[in-house]
Design a protein. Structure first.
Length: 233
């Protein structure tokens, strides 16, 4: 998913860079409504987890491999605008320190994984969460589906960018089939990891999960203790 230097022409790279810069500037302003003293540390931990998760590849078909994107995972945990900032920071560090994605392609990578995967994935999540029961199971079902769909959505967007400004001599049909098939499988891994992590956080601190606001849960233990003590008397 990380686009290298020279894969897209200069006008396409400049356009995606401008789009990424404008959206990140907007996210800097909007993220203030999502973060507070309790959730700000979670944003840092989530960014660190996504950074580490993207460094670990898992095998998919035909000898290829994939890795976590983390867009929906971050958006559900800390909110979509904060997720844009977290993903941008991760991609910037990877490009500068590890040459994972080119510097001239940084705007493209941010657009694909930090903007489109976050905003499209979170839109799918919110749409499903609105119709599914507001329970832990319903929330995780919405999360998994959104995480799965965010991967081919980003892959197909790259295909569109390649059709507009690709510099590598490859038939467009070959690019479409390669990107679609592999990334559908990668999406399954994305969904599994995302559901596992969000489920683990929900189990211990559901109050910190941005996407779990309004979730129906059992009454806290501390609320039941006075009742139990009164009955014992």
């Amino acid at each position: 998913m990380h686009v290298p230097d020279g894969f897209l022409d200069a006008p396409t790279s400049i356009a995606t860079g401008a789009l990424a810069a404008g959206t990140v500037a907007l996210a800097l302003n909007r993220a203030r409504t999502e973060l507070d003293d309790r959730t700000a540390p979670l944003a840092g931990l989530t960014a660190a987890f996504v950074f580490a998760g993207q460094m670990i590849n898992f095998p998919v078909a035909a000898g290829t491999s994939g890795h976590l994107i983390g867009a929906v995972l971050t958006a559900v945990l800390v909110g979509p605008w904060t997720a844009v900032l977290c993903m941008t920071a991760v991609l910037l560090v990877q490009a500068v320190l590890f040459a994972d994605g080119g510097l001239t392609a940084l705007g493209t990578n941010v657009t694909l994984m930090g903007l489109l995967a976050v905003l499209v994935g979170y839109a799918v999540f919110r749409g499903l969460a609105a119709v599914l029961p507001r329970t832990r199971t319903g929330l995780l079902a919405a999360t998994g589906t959104a995480a799965f769909l965010s991967v081919p959505a980003a892959a197909l967007t790259f295909v569109g960018l390649f059709a507009l400004g690709g510099t590598v001599d490859l038939p467009l049909g070959t690019v479409v089939s390669a990107m679609t098939g592999v990334h559908l499988l990668i999406g399954l891994g994305e969904a599994a990891i995302t559901v596992a992590v969000v489920g683990a956080v929900l189990a211990v601190r559901p109050d910190l999960v941005h996407g779990a606001r309004g979730l129906r849960t059992a009454a806290p233990l501390e609320d039941r203790r006075p009742v139990a003590a009164e009955q014992a008397r």
